[in-house]
Design a protein around this ligand. Structure first.
Ligand SMILES: Cc1cc2nc3c(=O)[nH]c(=O)nc-3n(C[C@H](O)[C@H](O)[C@H](O)COP(=O)(O)O)c2cc1C
Length: 191
């Protein structure tokens, strides 16, 4: 599919600083993009740079500044990247305690093609809650990019910063566009 709208949700992990790579990949392929950040992720991103690239303000709360649209454009695909241990467990359980989480909950519920790219260390990835969360999300037809088949694995504890540059932004977009091939567009205004 070409020319859709990509909703990106960033969580608070190092690769969030590089989300502009995903935006540029999307716009080069005639997609539009908008970014929603978890409250903690705001410290990891350059919101101004993102806004310049996307033409949309970075959303992280329910409140809109004057003049901004309340609802997002119809969404053809959702990429949650980087997805933290914290947010992944919440998404799988259906917890929606911030604007990013309710956006994700609603878009997955509307069966918008969704790709999740975790950025976790091996100790966190070994936890039973995380394993259950991955399985539950896959049961909901969420594409989780993690494992040897995807060429993307949890990193050794303490080595996150040296793996940040390897974050698979291009693979995430490719997976999303593949899924979006025949998926319905859906708006997310939480109305
Ligand atoms: C510098 C820094 C780096 C972090 N890196 C990661 C990470 O790579 N993966 C992860 O799951 N959490 C990481 N965390 C912890 C999360 O930021 C923390 O769990 C936070 O509550 C997640 O919030 P969110 O899921 O709402 O974005 C990091 C925290 C800091 C301060």
């Amino acid at each position: 599919m070409t020319g859709g709208h990509l909703q990106i949700v960033v969580c608070a992990a190092g690769p969030a600083a590089d989300v502009t790579q995903l935006i540029k990949t999307a716009t080069q392929q005639s997609w539009t993009a908008a970014v929603t950040a978890t409250p903690s992720a705001l410290d990891f991103i350059d919101a101004q740079a993102i806004e310049q690239l996307t033409g949309h303000p970075v959303r992280s709360t329910y409140r809109s500044s004057p003049g901004t649209r309340r609802s997002l454009p119809a969404t053809d695909a959702l990429v949650i990247a980087p997805a933290t241990y914290n947010s992944l467990n919440k998404i799988a359980l259906g917890i929606a305690d911030n604007y990013a989480m309710i956006t994700v909950a609603e878009l997955i519920g509307r069966q918008v093609p969704t790709v999740v790219v975790p950025f976790v260390n091996a100790a966190l990835a070994a936890r039973a809650p995380f394993q259950r969360a991955m399985a539950d999300l896959r049961d909901e037809r969420v594409r989780v990019l993690l494992g040897s088949d995807d060429g993307w694995e949890p990193h050794p504890p303490g080595s996150g910063s040296s793996h940040q540059r390897e974050f698979p932004w291009a693979a995430a977009f490719e997976a999303a566009t593949r899924m979006a091939g025949d998926g319905p567009a859906s708006s997310a205004d939480h109305g």
